[in-house]
Design a protein around this ligand. Structure first.
Ligand code: 21N
Length: 858
């Protein structure tokens, strides 16, 4: 579609139009394109098409046009990027280093145009060139180097740190193969490798001139001054930099992803012995370190050794980079030429996500002791004050325990340091609590010949936080209860958030315009402003505008779905959405049972008349190794097919399975949802972040009392959501009492009917037994208590249907939800990290735009 933002004609800034321009500026957040700006974009675009891509308009593909525009946008980022680094070099502020094994950035083009304030000019320029902006944008692949929502949170963090003007760097790994691309063929998930680097990446700048060596294997020897790690194998870490522009503040931070490259001297000995072929093979092997991202199944790594090397690779390379930067700062310099590390923690804070980057702790110890010759005590103090640890999981998947033997082999010097950390930790326990070693048993970092990385993370950090109040309390009371007793002051909570730039402004221009009309254009960086919409929650005009925006979005999606899947849907039906990983713990089962229950009512109950048509959207990937997740996908698609094609149903229920769920699909679906579902059993979801995106886009949440939902309830109130099911205590009670899913099944006729149908092949006529194992699993085990919550869930979904018919009430609920979502802006989250952990100040004013290069200023 040709996009011309807000259908606003281009105005030049002559006198006549100034007043009109001012008026228009107020009604459109996206501003008005100025003729000069548009011309400059066109010129830049043409220049890149010609000189960079070496194409003319006759042979250029849509991808070439995308590349030309992306390069042109990048040109407008460059001087801001350089300037940000210069300022940081001069001022030497405390820097935040955000380490994550996963990033899910999505596409960059539109986000970057918006954040540097040239989206309107680019839109207009492409329009004038007769190019379809949405088509160009769709040519960009996603940077999707993540398994789950932690990677998306990391991306939101980067956007926020830049938008708040915090001097921050993101560090990660540049996997050649990140998340797989999901295709659903005959109802089954197929995984394709996402070869995201194949066509080149206009946002990335490789910096092979700044490589760092990363060491593995070898042995530890005694040198004249201490311990020395020798005879190692070396792999280079090559940095690849991505600009992270803040929202209209001229700040551009950096995301630096490391890629493995063999060293020239790799296996030199073999080479000299004449085994040339073997030497080349070994070089290739070395580069395998960053070849592929491991899926989540943490304890079952097929090849644990490479995963361990990936983690250390990230930590070692990033730390060398951090130290190099520190060494170039004035505070680190001494008269003797020796680096002074005593100010290190005042100038650097390293935020570790999950245990994967806890290798920072022994690595910094090693450098301080073996290379910089600090004492153990002095080194430990520096490490302790410069590291902080965030845990992202309630379930134990993220709490890694590495076999001592493996660490010994890959990182022998680090194993020594880990033993020593554990020794001092146990000594400290004995001293503080006057107990003997038997009592402290269970508090050792080492058990069953494995080293507990979570313990290390807690011991070596100045702060440990969970990602929602509920989760942080859980960490104190269960996961880390003993360590909490030791150092209670270390533990704190910082609830997650989402970036309003991508998750409202970018993905939902219709709603954004309605909001800007009321609040002006600052809300994307001051989301607490939404609060004042509460007073409009019964204002008829505002209600109408809000529901019109939703309708328009739904209408557009109807067209997209038709084009993509060939399915007709009713834009006036209730859009009911569940999107996230397909996994037993997310309880897609409940959603399935609801769909089948509705189906049975329509099909077999003559007296039933539904309140409205309902379109259920389900999207998500199952882990490649998750057989259960995959059969859940098969079940959903099988049910969808039968229901969508059943003439008796006649479109009253439609089930749409969204393929390849990720940031881009989320941007399409979230603005269209009337309700969204978050069904985990309390005690399973650390925080969850998608509900925050949904409420921000005016959909109502159907959810259990898990993760950050408890805080959402606190803000918006039970009556403006659809909460159902057991709470955490009730679950515990039922667990203690003994739960028998079979009993529930026998006692609920509707539930029994659904499960019998699925079990006996009603939805799988070509293979009647297809789902019998899946149903039996539920009837005999039901680990996540699905059946126990069925009745309340169905009841709640009925309430959703009734409420949806009362448009006034519904719209009031929608507005109340939008109004409180300010608290769930990632900017609130990052400000809390800045204050409680990092001790850094967000910038209060935007940097001046660098005048030398950029003509387009805002
Ligand atoms: C999520 F195999 N945690 S994605 C929470 F090493 N953990 O579930 C969610 F590669 N990943 O509630 C919360 O909102 C979100 O974090 C943000 O805080 C995630 C675990 C994981 C384990 C192993 C691996 C990779 C990831 C592996």
């Amino acid at each position: 579609m040709l996009r011309r933002m807000g259908n606003i004609p281009v105005k030049s800034d002559d006198n006549e139009n100034v007043i009109q321009n001012e008026k228009l500026k107020q009604i459109s957040v996206r501003g008005i394109a100025q003729v000069e700006d548009v011309n400059e974009i066109k010129a830049g675009f043409n220049r890149h098409l010609h000189y960079t891509l070496i194409k003319d308009r006759n042979i250029a593909t849509a991808h070439d046009f995308y590349m030309a525009l992306a390069n042109c946008v990048k040109d407008h980022i460059v001087s801001r990027w350089i300037r940000t680094q210069q300022i940081s070099y001069q001022r030497e502020p405390k820097r935040v280093y955000y380490l994550s094994m996963e990033y899910n950035m999505g596409r960059f083009l539109q986000n970057n145009m918006i954040n540097i304030g040239i989206e309107d000019a680019c839109d207009e320029a492409m329009y004038q060139l007769g190019l379809d902006m949405e088509e160009l944008e769709s040519m960009e692949g996603e940077l999707h180097l993540s398994n789950g929502s932690m990677g998306r949170l990391s991306a939101c963090f980067l956007d926020s740190m830049a938008s708040l003007g915090i001097p921050a760097y993101g560090y990660g790994i540049r996997y050649n193969a990140g998340a797989f691309t999901q295709r659903i063929i005959d109802g089954e998930q197929h995984e394709d490798v996402d070869d995201w680097l194949r066509l080149g990446n206009p946002w990335e700048r490789a910096r092979p001139e700044y490589v760092f060596p990363v060491h593995f294997y070898g042995k530890v020897a005694n040198s004249a001054i201490g311990r020395e790690w020798v005879d190692t194998q070396v792999v280079y870490a090559v940095p690849h930099d991505y600009p992270i522009p803040g929202y209209k503040n001229n700040v551009v931070n950096t995301l630096r992803l490391w890629s493995a490259k063999s060293t020239e001297g790799f296996k030199l000995k073999l080479f000299n012995n004449g085994d040339y072929i073997q030497a080349i093979f070994d070089r290739c092997l070395a580069e395998n370190i960053t070849r592929v991202m491991y899926p989540t199944a943490a304890n079952t790594y097929e090849n644990q050794e490479i995963r361990l090397k990936q983690e250390y690779f990230l930590c070692s390379a990033s730390l060398q980079d951090i130290i190099t930067r520190y060494k170039s700062s004035k505070v680190s310099q001494t008269d003797t030429g020796r680096t002074d590390f005593t100010n290190f923690a005042e100038k650097n804070i390293i935020q570790m996500n999950n245990t994967y980057s806890a290798w920072i702790i022994p690595e910094l110890m090693r450098i301080l002791i073996d290379v910089e010759h600090y004492s153990w005590g002095a080194a430990w103090k520096i490490v302790n004050n410069s590291c902080a640890f965030t845990n992202h999981n309630i379930l134990s998947v993220s709490l890694e325990k590495w076999p001592v033997e493996l660490i010994q082999k890959v990182l022998p010097r680090h194993m020594e340091i880990l033993y020593q950390i554990n020794f001092f930790h146990l000594e400290n326990l004995k001293e503080t609590f006057c107990v003997n070693l038997d009592t402290v048993y269970g508090l050792s970092c080492i058990s069953n010949e494995c080293f507990d990385m979570a313990m290390l993370g807690v011991l070596g950090s100045c702060a440990v936080n969970g990602v929602s109040k509920f989760h942080s309390n859980y960490l104190k009371n269960f996961t880390f209860s003993k360590l909490y007793e030791l150092e209670p002051e270390k533990f704190l909570n910082i609830t997650n958030g989402v970036t309003p730039r991508r998750w409202l402004f970018l993905c939902n221009p219709t709603l954004s315009n309605v909001i800007s009309e009321k609040l002006g254009d600052k809300w994307p960086v001051q989301l607490e402003k939404l609060e004042s919409l509460r007073k409009l929650c019964r204002d008829n005009n505002f209600m109408r505008a809000i529901s019109k925006a939703k309708e328009d979005n739904k209408q557009k999606l109807v067209e997209t779905i038709h084009k993509k899947y060939g399915i007709e849907i009713d834009p006036f039906s209730l859009f009911d959405v569940q999107v996230h990983k397909i996994h037993e713990y997310k309880r897609q089962w409940l959603n399935i049972l609801h769909i089948v229950t509705l189906y049975n009512r329509l099909k077999y109950n003559k007296n039933y008349s539904p309140k409205q048509c309902r379109t259920v959207f389900i999207g998500g990937k199952a882990e490649p190794g998750d057989k259960i997740g995959k059969s859940i996908i098969k079940l959903i698609t099988s049910i969808a097919q039968i229901i969508n094609d059943d003439p008796v149903i006649d479109g009253k229920i439609k089930v749409i399975v969204l393929e390849n769920y990720g940031v881009t699909v989320a941007e399409e679906i979230i603005p269209c949802a009337d309700v969204s579902q978050h069904l985990t059993l309390p005690g399973s979801e650390a925080s969850g972040t998608s509900h925050m995106k949904f409420m921000l886009n005016g959909s109502i949440i159907v959810a259990t009392l898990d993760g950050a939902i408890l805080e959402i309830v606190n803000e918006v109130g039970h009556v403006n959501m659809f909460i159902f099911g057991m709470n955490f205590d009730e679950k515990k009670e039922l667990q203690a009492k003994g739960y028998d899913p079979m009993e529930v099944y026998k006692q609920n006729a509707d539930l029994k009917q659904c499960l019998d149908q699925i079990r006996s092949g009603f939805f799988s006529p070509r293979n009647l037994d297809e789902f019998s194992d899946l149903v039996d699993r539920l009837l005999t085990k039901d680990e996540y208590f699905v059946l126990a919550d069925y009745e309340d869930y169905i009841h709640t979904q009925d309430l959703v249907s009734t409420t949806f018919e009362d448009k006034k009430k519904w719209n009031e609920m929608v507005i109340r939800n939008i109004a409180v979502s300010g608290r769930f802006s990632i900017d609130r989250t990052v400000r809390e990290y800045a204050k409680l952990i990092w001790n850094v100040e967000p910038m209060t004013e935007a940097l001046p735009a660098p005048a030398d290069c950029d003509k387009i200023l805002n």
